[in-house]
Write a protein that binds this ligand. Structure first.
Ligand code: ZN
Ligand code: ZN
Length: 214
């Protein structure tokens, strides 16, 4: 793969650094891009271990992109358990509510991080989404088992963080959730949320330049 060409095409100029997630500390690629060969930080898309040390067949580098944060693996087992938790009763398509309530209702999640950002689910398909992070792992009660690339935008720590977030004035007539709407339409006034959008868009653009079905 002509890596350097791809990198040059996807450099975003004229965007303040606050609106950019940091590049991979090992291989230096921008958030939203697959790691360079031999990068220490790349994770295997099959087993979630360090790619350099595993030999899984079927590793998909496009699903192992640098997200701007140190790799955070999704715990599908805990996510699935949470998706079936009778105390929570998460609803399909209600990711914000599901995660918000998990922190409010479940003692074991009261200190979890509530995250809003962008998730890349399949080729060409991304959604705005909320998930939880706990003990360095993603827990996603709404999409428990799907493979995804999670671009973290807004982060609120536990019950206290959510209370502070809810105190931020919202646009009149808008709902309590998602929280990113408190930062201008679509969250565009939040550097963190915008940085997640930019990285996710970079991933889409890179993907469009790749042959399909690979
Ligand atoms: Zn890297
Ligand atoms: Zn592996």
């Amino acid at each position: 793969m002509n890596y350097t060409d791809k990198l040059e095409q996807t450099q975003v100029e004229g965007i303040p650094s606050a609106y950019q997630l940091p590049p991979c500390p090992d291989c230096g690629i921008n958030a939203g891009m697959p790691h360079a060969p031999e990068c220490d930080i790349e994770r295997c898309s099959v087993c979630q271990c360090q790619r350099l040390t595993c030999g899984c067949v079927g590793h998909d580098p496009s699903f192992a992109v640098w997200t701007g944060r140190f790799p955070v693996n999704k715990n599908a087992e805990i996510s699935l358990a949470l998706s079936r938790d009778k105390r929570l009763r998460p609803k399909v398509g209600h990711c914000y509510r599901n995660c918000f309530r998990a922190i409010q209702v479940l003692p074991e999640f009261k200190n979890a991080i509530y995250v809003e950002g962008i998730v890349h689910l399949t080729r060409g398909f991304q959604i705005e989404h909320a998930w939880l992070e706990r003990d360095g792992e993603i827990v996603d009660p709404t999409l428990p088992t799907q493979q995804g690339v999670y671009f973290s935008g807004l982060r609120f720590n536990g019950v206290v963080g959510l209370a502070e977030a809810m105190a931020i004035p919202k646009q009149s007539g808008s709902r309590d959730l998602p929280l990113f709407h408190r930062f201008g339409f679509g969250g565009h006034l939040s550097p963190e949320f915008t940085a997640a959008r930019i990285a996710a868009k970079r991933m889409l653009e890179f993907e469009m330049g790749q042959p399909s079905g690979s």
